[in-house]
Design a protein around this ligand. Structure first.
Ligand code: PGA
Length: 251
């Protein structure tokens, strides 16, 4: 974390949340975010975007989504476009989460096209990358992560329209995390790759989040790392107290 970049704490609710609980959670988060140093976002499932947008109002919390289609509209049954999400009040959209890459066969080219759609509609793409356990064990982590970064980020990416989220697949929902040194090593490699492609100014300003079993107990040490600028939080974003504690750790 550095003063040059405002930390971002983004909650990825995944396929969780019915209206009453989701609204209560969002209101609790909004009350806490009002005084937070970090920027705070919540990414509910599509069904709750309208209700959560109403619950958080125009306050400190950014409304986000978890995926979008590449097209603005058309014959794509079951899909939701970036244009629709912007219209619904979203400011951020997660793209390329490993669960989408695995469950829906999304590759870097598709993730890049989704990120382009998000950016084109004036929102910020949270672009997820991360190695599997086999890739880490095989010593391929930096190659995999920088390869995904190169393939998934649009050419027009900058610090306003893009956030990178490093999420080791084996750390998501498992309670396991890399060591602090391992996290910093990957984040530094990401920033170096960003500098090589977009220049030092963009690389210095773009936020790189850590995701994967971030919790109140480890958030402070993770965000203290030089190139960690906040977190993308799954399980711990579903409890107001836990999410609030992580927000505080990023202050
Ligand atoms: P987790 O999920 O915090 O439950 O590990 C993080 C994510 O998948 O974004």
């Amino acid at each position: 974390m550095t003063d040059a970049r405002r930390p971002l704490v983004a909650g990825n609710w995944k396929m969780n949340g019915l209206t009453a609980d989701g609204v209560a959670l969002a209101k609790g988060v909004a009350a806490h975010a009002a005084d937070a140093a970090a920027e705070v976002a919540v990414c509910p499932p599509f069904t709750l975007i309208g209700a959560i947008g109403g619950a958080i109002g125009s306050g400190a919390v950014v409304l986000g989504a978890q995926d979008c289609h590449t097209a603005s509209s058309g014959a794509h049954t079951g899909d939701v476009s970036a244009a629709m999400l912007a219209d619904a009040g979203c400011g951020m959209v997660i793209v390329g989460h490993s669960e989408r890459r695995t469950d829906h066969g999304e590759d870097d080219a598709l993730v890049r096209a989704k990120a382009e759609a998000v950016q084109a509609h004036g929102m910020t793409a949270i672009v997820c990358i991360g190695e599997t356990e086999a890739e880490r064990d095989g010593g391929q982590t930096l190659d995999v992560v920088t390869g995904q970064l190169a393939g998934s980020l649009p050419d027009g990416s900058d610090a306003a329209n893009t956030v990178v989220a490093y999420e080791p697949v084996w750390a998501i929902g498992t309670g396991r995390t890399p060591t602090n040194d391992e996290v910093q090593e990957v984040h530094a490699a990401i920033r170096q790759a960003l500098a090589g492609r977009f220049g030092d100014d963009v690389a210095d300003a773009m936020r790189i989040l850590y995701g994967g079993s971030m919790k109140p107990g480890n958030a402070a040490e993770l965000v203290a790392l030089a190139d960690v600028d906040g977190g993308l939080i799954g399980g711990a974003s579903l409890k107001t107290e836990d999410f609030a504690a992580i927000i505080d750790a990023c202050g």
